[in-house]
Design a protein around this ligand. Structure first.
Ligand SMILES: *Cc1c(COP(=O)(O)O)cnc(C)c1O
Length: 379
C-alpha cells in the first residue's frame, strides 16, 4: 500500500463528520458523476421528477425499512436542514400534544444543542408558556458529560408529549447501550452518529432522525423515520415545509430534494445489505474496531486515557487524552504526516477523537493502533 496516495489517505480518515464512506461506494459515486449506469446522465443533472429518481426514493425507503425491520406504519423521509433543523421542528410539531412539558436528556454537546433548538422552536410557535417549557430530566453537564444515565435511574413523566434523547454523543464519545424512556410516551431520538451502525428495536421509537454525513452518505440529507400515529398529530398551522406530513405525502419530493445525497444513501444501504450482509454483521465489525482501539488505550498505562465511563463508551467515536496538550498536538501533527486524518477532538473539548463510522475499515483501525503504540514508544 502506498501511503502517499490520496486513496490510501482517505482510507485512514477518522473524521467526526462528514465521515469516511466505503471505498466501493465511492467508486460508484465517482462513475455516477459522469453517468449513472443504465441512465446515461450525470447524477448531478437528473431531474428529481424523473421516474428513475422517484423509484430511487421508494427503493431507499424500502431498504431502510428492511434494515430496521420497521413495521408498515412507519414513514421514511429524506429531509434537508440537517439534524439541527430537527431540533426545533420536533418541538414545534409535537409540544402541543400535552399540557405537560416535553422531556429531554442533556447528555452532551449535541443534546444540549437539541434543547437549545427545541426552545427556539417553542418560542417560534408561541408555545413557550411556562407549562409548555421543556424539561431537562437528567443532565450530565456538572460531571463534564462523562457518563450516561441508565433507564432505571431516570424519573420520567407518563404525561409528557414526547421524550427526546441523543443515542450517541458524537463529541464526548458516549453511547447508550439500551433504549431509554417510557414505552407509553412518544420516544424521539437523534441517531445522527450511530444510525444503521447496529441493529436496534426501531419500532419502539415514534420518530428517529439522523443526518447522512456520519454513517450514510454525504451532508445534505437527513433521514427521518416517523410512526404514522405521531405523523397524524403534527400541530396544525406549522409551515408546510416543516410539516412531516407534506414530505410523507410527497415521498420526499415536495420541492427539489438533494438528489445526489439521496443517491449516495441508496448506495450505502445497498452496500450494507449486499456487501456487509446486514446490521448484525455491521455491528460485529464496528464492535471489533472499537474493541481494538479501546484495548490499546486500556493497556497504555494511562498514556492514552479514555475520558468517559467504560459502560457508556461509544463504538462510533473513541475519545481520549494524552498526558499533556503539547503531546496531543504532537500526536495530531505526527498522525497527519503518517497519512491519518481527522483525529483532532471536537473544537469544544479538544483531545483526540477517532471516529469509527461504518465506512472505516478494521484495517484502518489496526493501522491507527500501530501508530499509537509507536508514538508512545518513541516519546
Ligand atoms: C453531527 C451531529 C449533529 C449536527 O447535525 P447537522 O446535520 O450538522 O445539523 C446533530 N446531532 C448529532 C448527534 C451529531 O452527531
Amino acid at each position: 500500500m502506498n501511503s502517499s496516495s490520496s486513496t490510501t489517505r482517505n482510507l485512514l480518515n477518522f473524521s467526526g463528520g462528514p465521515g469516511a464512506l466505503a471505498e466501493s461506494v465511492l467508486q460508484q459515486v465517482k462513475a455516477s458523476i459522469e453517468s449513472v449506469p443504465g441512465i446515461g446522465l450525470s447524477i448531478l443533472g437528473i431531474s428529481h421528477r424523473s421516474k428513475w429518481f422517484t423509484d430511487l426514493v421508494l427503493d431507499t425507503e424500502e431498504r431502510i425499512r428492511s434494515l430496521l425491520s420497521l413495521s408498515k406504519d412507519y414513514h421514511v423521509l429524506f429531509l434537508q436542514g440537517g439534524a439541527t433543523q430537527q431540533f426545533s421542528t420536533v418541538a414545534m410539531a409535537f409540544s402541543h400534544l400535552s399540557k405537560h412539558p416535553a422531556e429531554y436528556l442533556d447528555t452532551g454537546y449535541w443534546s444540549s444543542k437539541s434543547i437549545e433548538g427545541a426552545n427556539q422552536g417553542l418560542a417560534q410557535s408561541e408555545l413557550q408558556r411556562s407549562n409548555l417549557d421543556l424539561k431537562v430530566t437528567w443532565s450530565g453537564r456538572e460531571t463534564g458529560y462523562s457518563k450516561l444515565p441508565s433507564n432505571s435511574e431516570l424519573e420520567l413523566s407518563a404525561h409528557a408529549p414526547y421524550f427526546h434523547y441523543v443515542s450517541n454523543e458524537t463529541v464526548e464519545g458516549l453511547q447508550f447501550k439500551e433504549i431509554v424512556g417510557l414505552d407509553s410516551v412518544p420516544r424521539i431520538c437523534d441517531m445522527s452518529s450511530d444510525f444503521l451502525s447496529a441493529p436496534i428495536d426501531a419500532n419502539r421509537f415514534s420518530l428517529i432522525y439522523a443526518h447522512a454525513q456520519k454513517n450514510l452518505g454525504p451532508a445534505g440529507v437527513t433521514v427521518v423515520v416517523i410512526k404514522d400515529e405521531l405523523l397524524k398529530l403534527v400541530r396544525p398551522g406549522i409551515p408546510a415545509f416543516l410539516d412531516y406530513r407534506t414530505h410523507a405525502q410527497a415521498h420526499s419530493n415536495f420541492n427539489t430534494p438533494p438528489v445526489f445525497a439521496i443517491y449516495v444513501v441508496n448506495l450505502i444501504t445497498k452496500w450494507l445489505m449486499q456487501e456487509v450482509g446486514g446490521l448484525a454483521e455491521m455491528q460485529e465489525i464496528n464492535l471489533e474496531k472499537a474493541q481494538c482501539l479501546y484495548d490499546l488505550i486500556d493497556h497504555s498505562e494511562n498514556f492514552y486515557k479514555s475520558t468517559v465511563s467504560k459502560a457508556n463508551r461509544s463504538t462510533m467515536n473513541v475519545t481520549f487524552r494524552l498526558p499533556s496538550p503539547e503531546l496531543e498536538q504532537a500526536f495530531i501533527i505526527k498522525s497527519e504526516s503518517m497519512g491519518f486524518s481527522g483525529l483532532g477532538g471536537h473544537r469544544s473539548v479538544g483531545g483526540i477523537r477517532a471516529s469509527l463510522y461504518n465506512g472505516v475499515t478494521l484495517n484502518a483501525v489496526r493501522e491507527l493502533t500501530q501508530f499509537m503504540s509507536d508514538f508512545r514508544a518513541n516519546i
